[in-house]
Design a protein around this ligand. Structure first.
Ligand SMILES: Nc1nc2c(ncn2[C@@H]2O[C@H](COP(=O)(O)OP(=O)(O)O)[C@@H](O)[C@H]2O)c(=O)[nH]1
Ligand SMILES: [Mg+2]
Length: 271
C-alpha cells in the first residue's frame, strides 16, 4: 500500500498490564515482525496505514499508535496519553489470568481519562502459546437470553457431559463453532502441535473474553503478536467502528481529538 495518502488519521493507544505483549503488538503493526522488546519506559509511538470498509467504501486509515508502559510507576504518564485517543487496544495475556482480571481497572482508567467516544477493543494476546492455529471466533449469540456461560469443570471421576461451551479443550484455544442457539459445538482436537512446541493451557477462554467484551461494550479479538495472528484485524475492526460512528454523525457536535476527519490528505498534511 503506498504510504502517501490516507482518508483519516486515527490516534490509538495500547494499554494493559506489563508483559502482555503491547510493544510486540505495536512492532507487529508497524514492521510486521516479532521482536523481543525491552520493557517500555513511558510511551512509544508507531504508525501504519490500514484499510477498512465503511458503508461499502474502502477507506485508508493512518493509525498513529501510542504504546504505553503497563507498570504502576508509569501509570500516571500512561493516562495522560489517553486523552484524544479515538481507539484503544486493551490487552491481556491468555495464559495469565490476573492480566485479564486487571482489564476492569484498565477499562476504568480509559473511561475516566480518554475521550468519551473512544472505541475500545479487548485483545486476548499470546494465543500461540495455547494453539497451533489462530482461533476461529465462534458466532456467539448474546441477544435475547442466549448467553452461554462457562460452567465449572466436572469433578475428577465424574463422567464428562456432552461437549458444549464447557468443553475443556475450548479453554485450550482449539477451534470451535457455534450453533444459532449460541451453543458451541465440540472443538476440533488440536493434535497437530508443531514438533518441539509445548502448548500451555489457556487461563481465559474465548467465551469468557468475548462475554466480558460484550458486557462492557467492547470489540473483541484474539491475537498472537508472535505469529502475527489477528493483529492488523484488531486495528481494522476498531478503525471500522470509529468510522462507522463518524458516518452516523455521532461526532457531529463534538469532534473527537483523535480523529482527523479531513479526507484525501497527503503526507505532510498531518494533524
Ligand atoms: N509467545 C508469545 N510471546 C509474546 C507475544 N507477545 C509478546 N510476547 C512476549 O512477552 C514478553 C512481553 O512482551 P512486551 O511486548 O514487551 O510486553 P509489554 O510489556 O506489554 O509491552 C516478551 O518476552 C515477548 O517476547 C505473543 O503473542 N506470543
Ligand atoms: Mg512494552
Amino acid at each position: 500500500m503506498d504510504d502517501m495518502t490516507w482518508d483519516y488519521i486515527l490516534k490509538f493507544v495500547i494499554v494493559g498490564d506489563a508483559a502482555v505483549g503491547k510493544s510486540c503488538l505495536l512492532i507487529r503493526l508497524t514492521d510486521d515482525r516479532f521482536a523481543a522488546s525491552e520493557p517500555t519506559l513511558g510511551v512509544e509511538f508507531g504508525s501504519r496505514l490500514v484499510s477498512t470498509t465503511v458503508g461499502g467504501q474502502a477507506k485508508r486509515v493512518k493509525v498513529q499508535c501510542w504504546d504505553t508502559a503497563g507498570t504502576e510507576s508509569f501509570r500516571s504518564i500512561t493516562r495522560s496519553y489517553f486523552r484524544g485517543a479515538a481507539g484503544a487496544l486493551l490487552v491481556y495475556d491468555v495464559t495469565r489470568r490476573e492480566t485479564f482480571e486487571h482489564a476492569t481497572s484498565w477499562l476504568s482508567d480509559l473511561r475516566t481519562h480518554a475521550d468519551e467516544n473512544v472505541s475500545i477493543i479487548l485483545v486476548a494476546n499470546k494465543t500461540d502459546l495455547c494453539a497451533t492455529e489462530p482461533t476461529v471466533l465462534p458466532q456467539i449469540q448474546f441477544g435475547e437470553a442466549v448467553y452461554v456461560m462457562p460452567e465449572p469443570a466436572p469433578e475428577a471421576g465424574t463422567p464428562a457431559p456432552e461437549q458444549d461451551a464447557t468443553d475443556s479443550s475450548a479453554e485450550s484455544g482449539s477451534k470451535s463453532t457455534a450453533t444459532p442457539s449460541g451453543n458451541i459445538s465440540p472443538p476440533a482436537k488440536n493434535d497437530s502441535a508443531a514438533p518441539g512446541r509445548k502448548l500451555v493451557p489457556r487461563a481465559v477462554s474465548t467465551l469468557e473474553g468475548a462475554l466480558f467484551a460484550k458486557q462492557h461494550n467492547l470489540l473483541y479479538v484474539e491475537t498472537s503478536a508472535k505469529e502475527g495472528w489477528g493483529v492488523i484485524d484488531a486495528f481494522e475492526q476498531t478503525a471500522r467502528q470509529i468510522l462507522e460512528r463518524v458516518e452516523r454523525g455521532e461526532f457531529e457536535r463534538r469532534k473527537p481529538a483523535g480523529v482527523n476527519l479531513a479526507e484525501n490528505k497527503t503526507k505532510g498534511g498531518c494533524c
